[in-house]
Every structure is written in C-alpha cells, then in structure tokens.
Design a protein around this ligand. Structure first.
Ligand code: NAP
Length: 317
C-alpha cells in the first residue's frame, strides 16, 4: 500500500511517500480503506520529535481519518459490517491507504453524515466538545474568549458555545478569518495586529487558549474567579506562569488532552453523537476543508505550519 512516512525527525523534508507493507489486523480490528485522513498540529509536533509517538521505523504519521470497512477481525463483536463508514481520531499510522482500527476506537459514521464532513470534524470537534462541556462552564450569557477562533478547533468551539447561549469573542490574523468567525455567530472578533486588549482586561469568565505563547495575555483577560482553558501550543511554547499571582486573583488554569476523554467505546459513541447533533441541527457549519493528495504530504504540512490555512486540512489517498 502507499503511505506517507518518515524515519528521522525534522522539517517537512523528512516526509517520504512510497510503498509499505499493508497492516495485519488482529482479531479485534477492523481494516479500513481510507477516504480522508485528518492532518493535525500534533502530526507536526510528532514529525519534529516533540510529541509522544509509537516506536516504529519508518513511522507512519497521523491518528485521524475516515474510510470504509474492507475486512473484520474474527472476534469483532459490535455490529460493524463490511462496507460501513467509520471515523477514528486516536489510532496510529493513519497516513496510509489501509489502516487497522481496534473496534473500540471505531466510531460509526451515521448514514445522514457525509464521510468528508466526519473526517473534517472528528478530532477537532471532539476536542471542542470536551473543552466546552468538561472544562468550561456552559452557562448562558457568560462572556468567553477564544484564541485562534477561525482555526479548526476554534470554529467548532466558538459555534458550540454560541449555540448554547454564551457570548463568544475571539481574535484572528486576517480580515477574511475575522469575517468567517462573525458569520459563524461570534459577538466580536478582534484582529491580532490591533491594540484591542486594553479594553478587555479582567473581562472574560473563560478564555480558551490553544496558541500557548498568549498565555499571559489570556490570564490578564480573565476576571477574578475566571477560568483559563489551556489546550495547545499552535503559536509556540507557553511562558512560565506565576501561580501566586493567579492565587491572589482566584484565577484557575485547566488543561486537557482529548485522549483522556476518549477512554472507551461508550465514551467515543456518546461524545461523537453529541458533536454530530450540533451539525445535524444546523447549529454548526464549518468552512470547506483544504484537501491535498496523500502523496503531497510535505505541501500539506507546510501549509498548516504557514498559518495560512482556514479550518481543516485533509489528505486523500
Ligand atoms: N488538547 C487537545 O486534546 C488538543 C486536540 C486537538 C488540537 N489541540 C491544539 O489546539 C490548537 C489548535 O489546533 P487546530 O487543529 O484548530 O489548528 P489550526 O486549525 O491550525 O488553528 C490554529 C490557530 O492558532 C492560531 N495561531 C497560530 N499561531 C499563532 C500565533 N503566533 N499567535 C496567535 N495565534 C496563532 C491561528 O490563528 P489565526 O488563524 O488567526 O492566525 C489558528 O487559527 C493546537 O495548539 C493544537 O495542538 C489540542
């Protein structure tokens, strides 16, 4: 099968596309013929060697994707069958034509949900879901701020919060992205290059920060007793935080990794159904994903790292 892989860490130049052995499924695996593969920031961290990865050489990157079941292990007990469409967000080696998916990690794509949409919202949507429902407070009329509001997680998170009655503010880098976030229901969206922060010191109940380098700004934007939800480093390593200063203002920092919120088949099913429901009811709509052929993986990584992308990047075998 064809796959995108690397055998040492580094820039996007380390990525190679070529022929590798097909995966061998265990008794509890499904074999998926991939239709769309999600590219995520974590894949960039893994390629650079700054994030945990499975030991395997050459290493096939990627943990997310959607496809069709073409074979079933002999002990698969759930009601999956050949031809079913499946999404996964926490299975390694997805940058390939075929992927072995443990049945517990497989999320059946409902008939009324397009496979491309499922692949576009899987990992980022389930992240938005736990950030909003487990870490944040879904309390109507609260004022919340989302960094990178027009990114993949940002678009879904901000619409989820708006749909549930919160007032969503955010910041982004371009007029085009600003307009997108406003069209998606945000109350106010600032441009990063503008001097907007001085009017919003101690203003927000919750600040969502997946950018990292913005952490100290995020703390300043919070009111006393407010919550900072820190979930990623798209902009770079976060600065050190003075816990005593936080304590003196009763501000809290919460963190979370999606994989700790997807620990069973039941959890994956319940959380994905809650996510899919927002889309079914028309409460969330996202921008069209940008699709690269899997053979152009280097270009896809470069595009994600350039900061020019809006929303999801998918790879197509
Ligand atoms: N904790 C978890 O389980 C989990 C799961 C998934 C993702 N994440 C994290 O969530 C974050 C967003 O991921 P994503 O998939 O949504 O990526 P994405 O679509 O590329 O969005 C990243 C956003 O970060 C903003 N950004 C990048 N560099 C910045 C900088 N120097 N200053 C300010 N903003 C900057 C960009 O804002 P502009 O568009 O305005 O430039 C962009 O919208 C990443 O840190 C990722 O690692 C965490």
């Amino acid at each position: 099968m064809k796959a995108l892989f690397f055998d040492h860490f580094g820039g996007s130049d380390v990525l190679e596309y070529g022929e590798l052995l097909e995966p061998v499924i265990t008794k509890k695996d499904l074999l998926l013929k991939m239709e769309y593969i999600g590219l995520n920031y974590a894949d960039i961290y893994r390629r650079r060697g700054t994030y945990h990865i499975e030991k395997r050489s050459p290493f096939i990157n990627g943990y997310e994707g959607a496809g069709t079941i073409v074979a079933l292990g002999s002990e698969v007990t759930s009601d999956f069958k050949i031809g079913d469409k499946v999404l996964f967000v926490d299975v390694p080696f997805s940058n390939a034509e075929l992927v072995a998916v443990p049945e517990a990690n497989a999320i059946k794509i409902p008939d009324d949900l397009d496979t491309k949409l499922a692949a576009s919202i899987g990992l980022q949507g389930l992240t938005a879901d736990f950030l909003a429902h487990d870490l944040g407070d879904m309390i109507k009329d609260r004022d919340v701020f989302v960094h990178g509001i027009s990114g993949g997680v940002g678009q879904i998170l901000s619409q989820m919060l708006t749909a549930d009655g919160l007032n969503v503010y955010g910041v982004t880098s371009s007029r085009e992205k600003q307009q997108l976030a406003l069209d998606q229901g945000a109350k106010k969206v600032f441009l990063r290059k503008m001097d907007w922060q001085k009017d919003y010191i101690s203003y927000f109940d919750t600040v969502y920060d997946g950018v990292g380098i913005t952490l100290l700004d995020s703390i300043r934007l919070l009111k006393n007793r407010g919550k900072l939800v820190f979930f990623g480093m798209a902009g770079g390593t976060p600065p050190a935080v003075d816990l005593v200063e936080l304590l003196s203002q009763s501000k809290s920092i919460l963190t979370g990794d999606l994989w700790d919120y997807l620990t069973s088949a039941t959890e994956r099913k319940e959380r994905s159904e809650r996510l899919f429901d927002y889309f079914r009811k028309g409460k969330i709509a996202i921008s069209e994903p940008t699709i690269f052929p899997l053979s152009k993986g280097k270009e896809a990584h470069d595009f994600l790292e350039s900061g020019k992308s809006i929303g999801k990047i998918l790879l197509k075998p």
